[in-house]
Design a protein around this ligand. Sequence first.
Ligand code: G3P
Ligand code: CA
Length: 341
Amino acid sequence: MLRFFQACLLVVVCTNAGSELMASEAQLVIAHRGSSGYLPEHTLAAKAMAHAQGADFIEQDLVMTADDQLIVFHDLVLDGVTNVSEVYPDRARDDGRFYVVDFTLSEIRNLELSERVRTVNGQSVPVYPERFPPGRSRFRVHTFAEEIELVEGLNHSTNRMVGIYPEIKNPRFHNEEGKDISAAVLKVLALYNFPGSGQPIFLQCFDPEELRRIHDELLTGNQAGLPLVQLIGEEPEFAPLLSEGGIAHVAGYAVGIGPSMQLLIDPSSVADEIKDTGLVARAHGAGLKVHPYTFRRDAGQIPAYARDFDHLLEIFFDDLGVDGVFTDFPDQVARFVEGEK
Ligand code: G3P
Ligand code: CA
């Protein structure tokens, strides 16, 4: 209940909602692709569940269709979580993959969306066997606008303010396909009056050059000040961003970083010897918030240095002092954060 009143207070004092929430001491629960530990990722059902389970923010990965619509979808290809190969068997590229950008929105709406699967010895098996069974019930792909309206609607009907946390997926790929995905995302956000609507928002991307372009060239007028978050992966290409100089550079256009959790604690750590990489301190020193990804409670997903999921959260929130986490289990993180107060 305390979290609810705290959220209300934050909303009341907001002039720039994302920045105010960012500036608070809140420990944010960011629902990664929705409550994806319980329902197929990026379904409206998973988003509604995340809202009900106490998420502060709900994430939208964004990809563009052939007819320039933004869908909430993680991959550039449709094959991992839909039945595209059954519905459109002749539409794969030479690499055997079915690209979102080759299909119109109405074609994509014909597909069944399901829990993520992978192929093992020619058999399709769930990536997370304990999660929602693949192929059960009925889920569809939806647009960014439809999701904004869902979250807004739930904020209204529950009187609880939950933010959105959109991610622009692979702007370079989209550019090669003749599409300016960042401009398209900002256009939809403008239609819904972000960042001035009073609803918190962070806009995230892995591509530092694109974030710089968004900050310097695209965020004009009412959208200036929209808070940006630099995602940082484990790949070598991100190494320059991790140094003090790299972090200072990021602070020139972003308000926070979203690093892989492995970049904060060396994976070789053991329970009695947690090796902090120092990235949280460097980011905080530059005034950046830190929102690592992805916290999963599934079997095999908790690093060996943590006794259990709560211990993992304790290490990141209490010992390292992160400002929020992306999680597939927003109920578990919300319960943990609530217990901290
Ligand atoms: O955006 C934070 C986290 O979601 C990044 O990883 O691949 O799940 O989008 P990914
Ligand atoms: Ca993401």
